[in-house]
Design a protein around this ligand. Structure first.
Ligand code: SAH
Length: 390
């Protein structure tokens, strides 16, 4: 097979490029485009041989696109217009403009790319931007399949439920039976794990079921919604317990850095006092973590799990009767857990970035978290690329 010419739009730190490499499809990225200076520095640092265009997509003419003669487009348009917590500006959000511009270009290209892969947040599937995409694809005669997939489907202990679309120009056919429904697992025969039936309890949380029940499932009775400790209900604890006992998902420990001075990653006292009750706490032997987003490391709520590094104390013990204690006592009790943030390298590991991926020295830790939070799971995309091209 001749190497495919790939256009990587909204390239960020190159998650798509790593996925492409991981897929082993013979391909060359002929241009990567992004406006973010910090992201571009990281991209260049790791892909010095790739042509990186530090410009807006709306600034690229039809003629420039034609000259690239690309066979494949990989893109993750800005997701803020579609996030559940965002304002959902959708197509009226100025950040959607470049995407609509590209959709307008697509039918007018001298030669349609054979393959398209798009990644976005959950929420995109109900947007008008998605409708515009589907309209354009149909107009151009593409066959396509939509997905909502989380890395847990591949046995990776990290939830990152994302929307994906893969499209193929006719007359080529997909190697699996497509459906107008959004697929929530990979099509069968490609992974035994992925063909497991969805479990409605985990669906919202993970996008796919994590296999069998744990050996000692916690029974959730009628009081499933009652807070047990922290702000967690019996139902939350039952789900976590089940995830941690699901042998088809790896333990976090294989993604952790070994010897290092982690002191800069310890949660500061102020954060502990104010937010401990809201944090998702995991141990190295857990088989789950929540999605790491761009605010990780400074905003605590809902931006990613934190790691308990001293395992002599049970979480329940550290949180016992906290509201009866003075701040000093509270801090003493919570500090027993030695909670720390995951390092950027560990997040990169969970996202499936290879060991040789690194940041330039001048990229601050905060910037690293931000860039990784905007990126994607390279293993999930690699799997979709194989499905697309097969
Ligand atoms: N997949 C990427 C991240 C995508 S996040 C990765 O692996 O890192 C969306 C990216 O789109 C951001 O890096 C942002 O800088 C870029 N972007 C947003 N609007 C753009 C525009 N109009 N033209 C070019 N790039 C844009």
């Amino acid at each position: 097979m001749e190497a495919l010419r790939v256009l990587e739009l909204y390239s960020g730190i190159g998650g798509m490029h790593y996925a492409l490499k991981g897929s082993s499809i013979p391909a060359e990225v002929v241009a990567a485009v992004d406006v973010n200076t910090t992201a571009n520095e990281v991209y260049k640092h790791n892909f010095s041989g790739t042509a990186l265009w530090p410009k807006t997509i709306e600034g690229i003419t039809l003629n420039d696109f034609n000259k690239l003669k690309f066979d494949m487009v990989l893109m993750s348009p800005p997701c803020q217009p579609f996030t559940r917590i965002g304002l959902q500006g959708d197509v009226s959000d100025p950040r959607t403009k470049s995407f609509l511009y590209f959709l307008d270009i697509l039918p007018r290209l001298n030669q349609l790319p054979k393959f398209i892969l798009l990644e976005n947040v959950k929420g995109f599937e109900t947007s008008s931007a998605r409708d515009a995409l589907i309209r354009t694809l149909k107009e151009c005669g593409y066959k396509f399949q939509e997905f909502l997939i989380s890395p847990t489907c591949l046995g990776i202990p990290n939830s990152r439920l994302r929307y994906f679309l893969i499209a193929k120009a006719s007359p080529e056919l997909f190697c699996f039976e497509t459906t107008t429904e959004i697929m929530e697992t990979f099509p069968s025969s490609h992974s035994a794990k992925a063909t497991e039936v969805l479990d409605s309890v985990d669906r919202d949380f993970d996008g796919c079921r994590n296999g069998k029940l744990g050996s000692q499932p916690v029974h959730v009775g009628q009081g499933g919604n009652t807070v047990v400790f922290k702000l967690e209900t019996a139902r939350d604890l039952e789900r976590k317990h089940r995830q941690d006992n699901d042998g088809s998902v790896e333990m976090l420990q294989s993604f952790l850095e070994e010897s290092q001075d982690f002191s800069q990653y310890l949660l500061p006292p102020k954060t502990l006092l104010r937010y401990a009750i809201l944090m998702d706490i995991v141990r190295p032997t857990c088989r789950r973590s929540v999605c790491f987003t761009k605010g990780y490391g400074h905003y605590v709520e809902g931006t990613g799990s934190v790691l308990q590094t001293c395992l002599d104390t049970e979480i329940e013990t550290a949180f016992r009767s906290l509201d009866m204690l003075s701040d000093e006592e509270k801090l003493k009790q919570l500090s027993m857990l030695k909670l720390r943030y995951f390092t950027p390298r560990e997040i990169a590991n969970l996202l499936g970035f290879p060991a040789d991926f690194c940041f330039p020295e001048k990229t601050s830790t905060k910037q690293q978290y931000r860039l990784l939070g905007n990126s994607l799971n390279a293993h999930v995309v690699a799997r979709l690329l194989k499905l697309l091209v097969a």
